[in-house]
Structure formats: C-alpha cells, structure tokens
Ligand binder design. Structure first.
Ligand SMILES: Cc1ncc(COP(=O)(O)O)c(C=O)c1O
Length: 431
C-alpha cells in the first residue's frame, strides 16, 4: 500500500461515481485495484510508476502483448481516415475471409462488439434455424452476460443471479462439464436447439474439455439435429490458428469469437459457421424482417476494429513460431509448478492447454469446473494473488488465478513466476 498511494486515491474517487469503483467486478481486488498509466509488451505500469509483469493481458485478448506495434500502426492510420462510418467497407470482408480461411468450420461470419453479444445472437440464430427452444450450457461455463446464458456460472448453480428471471432461463438446460454419460442421455431425450460449450473453460479455471466429451457432444448433436456451438472467445486464434477445434479435431456448427479478433486492442465479438445456418441473417434471401434473424449494432464491424483484427490474424496465420513460443512457456509453467507442489508436499494442481494456464488449490485434481469451483481453498488463492502482486506479477483474478501467456513473455519472465510461486509454496508449507 505504501507504494501505491495514487491507485488508492483514484479508487476512493471512482467509488463515488462508479458502483464498486470498477466497470467489471472481477477487476477489483483487495485493498484496491491498480490504476494503469501505460502498457507495453508483457509489462504494465501503474500511476505510481511501479512496473508489473502482466498475465491478465486484457482478459486474454493480447496474444502478442500490449500495444503490438503492427496493430497500433494500422489503428493510427485509420484514425486519420475514418474509424466508424456506419457503412460497409472492404476491411470487414477481409477479416471475414481471413477468419473463414483460418477456421474451416466457419463458412460465413458476422461481427459484433463483444463476446456477450455474439453469444446472444447465436442463441437466437439457433432457435430460428431449428425452430426449437431449449439450449444446453454447462456448469461453470461462461458465455458473457446475456440472460439466457447467464446461469450456473458460479456455484450454487441452481441459484439465479439477481435480475435474471426464471422465464429468461426456463429453456436453458444446465449439464455437468466433462460428464459423457449424463450429457449424452440428457441431450438425446430433449429437443435441443443448440449446445453451447467452451472447449477449454476459461473463467471456470482453464479446465480443458476431454476429447471424448467434445466428440460425444458432436455425435449427440448430429443424431438429434441440435447445433453444436463452440464458444471460442478465449481459445479462438490462441490455442492454434484454427482455435480449439483444430486441436481437438471436432467441428462445431457455429463458433463464437471475441478478444483476439479485434487485434487484442478493440471491442469485438463475432460468430460464424455453416452457410446454411448463417444465411438466416441474410436480408436478400429473407426480405421480410420477420422471416430472418436480426443482428446489427451501431459500432459492429467498425473500421478500426476490423483493421486491427485483420492485421493481427493475418500475421498469426503466417507465424507458427508464436504458437510454439507461447505453448512452450505454458507447458513449462504447468510442468514445473506441478513438480514444485510434489517436491514440497503442498496440495495444488495445474490445468490448461497451451498458453492458457490455471492453478488450483484443491484437494483433488479438478477434472471438471465444479470441482475447481466448489473445492478450492479460497483463502489460499487470495494469499497467492497477494504474494504475486507483492512481487509485481498480475494474474487473473483475486479469487482464483489463471495466466494468459503472450508472445511478449520471455523465458526469464516465466522463470521469475515459477520462482515466486515456489516461495509461496514454501511459505504455505510452514503455515
Ligand atoms: C468464453 C467466453 N465467452 C464469452 C465472453 C464474453 O465476452 P465479452 O466480455 O467480450 O462480452 C467471455 C469473456 O471473457 C468468455 O471468456
């Protein structure tokens, strides 16, 4: 606290005009959040001039690190030429073509301003296409704040979030993540419009779906006519150029994107998939507004976001070494911290795939999100978060930590994180 008086003052001020002092509650941590003055690469600086190694990385949007020069450069150019015009332009076509090329299950795509919005439109699109009502989501999965999907995010899963009505979620079916048997049975006995799944649960603790789980979903959807929706807001263009679906070898009908699609710097969401499904949005095919599925938005596909997204994705397509670097660091972090838990006989587990890393202070390995959420030692997580912060490292979030590794992170950054974590494990051992 002695080194962050500026943040303390700003938080005090923020609380007077912003509920809770923050615009997204997960950004709050004790005793007050940091107020940022600058961000570059893997580093951020607070208003008091302290430097931090950042693994929060703009909620995972920054696969190349902060202020990636080619993205900033193209953004600067379009700031001069026109940022948001409200009419079509070539850049949205370029980005759409780029996404379709990198993610083969996506034949057509539409842009939104957030992942929440994209998921919301996909619920409607799936219901419009299948003429069915029920949607499936999984315990602990997070698809943004849209009512029909904003349920069973945190335990107790059956409890509704204040303001979400029973009517809004009456057609949402909650099923356990990574549980093949129950899920297969429940999908087959219903008339489901769409199954929404995060191939790697992000906010739920970087818990990967098992390959069998995703295959089971694919088969159950094929056999029943439900659409399989992969929410790749986190995993898209991060786990591989083709996202999680490329790694798992399972093709969804619709994919939802966000974060990286805006160049990591600008607000964005997108959804795309089979042309036959996406064509329900086509005003040419369906001239009556009542016969087509609505999607739009004042700032959707604005020039700045499209230019930044196209620049980043076209580069990622050509630079496999980026994936080698971030995945290697992620694997090393998981492996070495797991070894430290064993060496010091402290209970803890590492999860994730590639550059998505989760740490869990649970008594057993969290193979599903429920275990991670219900069995975690909350106090220990808070202590770890504080320990990292005191060592000028930022992880996401205070309640349970995960790490987004970017191409800017170095081997030295990682070794420092591992050393700082070992110090923590040793302290915990003697508690
Ligand atoms: C898997 C997933 N889906 C959807 C969202 C919501 O996206 P946004 O915050 O852009 O609305 C998030 C946000 O982190 C996410 O992680």
């Amino acid at each position: 606290m002695s080194s962050t008086p500026g943040s303390r003052e700003l938080f005090k001020r923020a609380k007077r005009s912003i509920p809770g002092g923050v615009t997204y509650s997960i950004r709050y941590f004790e005793p007050y959040p940091l107020y940022v003055s600058k961000a570059r690469g893997q580093k951020i600086w607070d208003v008091d001039g302290n430097e931090y190694t950042d693994y929060w990385m703009g909620h995972g949007a920054k696969i190349m690190g902060h202020c990636y020069p080619p993205v900033i450069e193209v953004a600067r150019k379009y700031l001069e030429l026109g940022v948001h015009v409200g009419l079509p332009h070539e850049l949205e076509i370029r980005l759409a073509e780029q996404i379709c090329r990198m993610v083969p299950s996506v034949e057509m795509v539409r842009f939104t301003n957030s992942g929440t919005e994209a998921n919301m439109y996909v619920v409607r699109l799936a219901r419009g296409y299948t003429k069915r009502k029920e949607i499936v989501k999984f315990e602990g999965c997070w698809h943004g704040g849209y009512d029909a999907l904003h349920i069973a995010v945190k335990p107790p899963y059956e409890r509704l979030n204040l303001g979400v009505t029973e009517e809004a979620v009456k057609d949402t079916v909650i099923l356990p993540y990574n549980d093949l048997e129950i899920v297969d049975r429940e999908i087959r006995k219903r008339r489901v419009a769409a199954v929404f799944v995060e191939p790697v649960a992000g906010a739920g603790g970087m818990i990967p779906a098992t390959p069998e789980f995703l295959k089971t979903l694919r088969e159950a959807c094929d056999d029943t006519g439900a659409l399989l929706v992969f929410d790749e807001v986190i995993t898209g263009f991060r786990l591989s150029p083709g996202g999680a679906q490329q790694i798992y070898g399972v093709r969804p009908d619709i994919t939802v994107f966000g974060k990286i699609v805006g160049g990591g710097e600008f607000a964005v969401g997108a959804f795309g998939g089979k042309a036959e499904v996406m064509s329900l949005l086509d005003q040419d095919k369906y001239p009556s507004p009542h016969d087509r599925v609505f999607q739009g938005g004042t700032f959707s596909a604005n020039i700045l976001t499209m230019a930044a997204g196209y620049t980043l994705l076209s580069e990622l397509e050509k630079r496999p070494e980026v994936y080698v670097h971030i995945n290697t660091l992620g694997e090393r972090l998981r492996r070495e911290v797991s070894e430290l838990f064993e060496k010091h006989r402290v209970t803890g587990y590492m999860t994730g795939i590639g550059s998505l890393v989760g740490i869990h202070f649970t008594p057993i390995f969290p193979k599903d999100i429920k275990t991670a959420q219900l069995m975690k030692n909350e106090e220990m997580h808070r202590r770890y978060f504080r320990h990292l912060l005191e060592n000028r490292i930022i992880a996401l979030t205070q309640e349970s930590q995960h790490f987004f590794i970017s191409n800017s992170h170095t081997v030295e950054d990682l070794e420092n994180l591992i050393n700082v974590t070992e110090e923590f494990i040793k302290i915990e051992k003697h508690r």
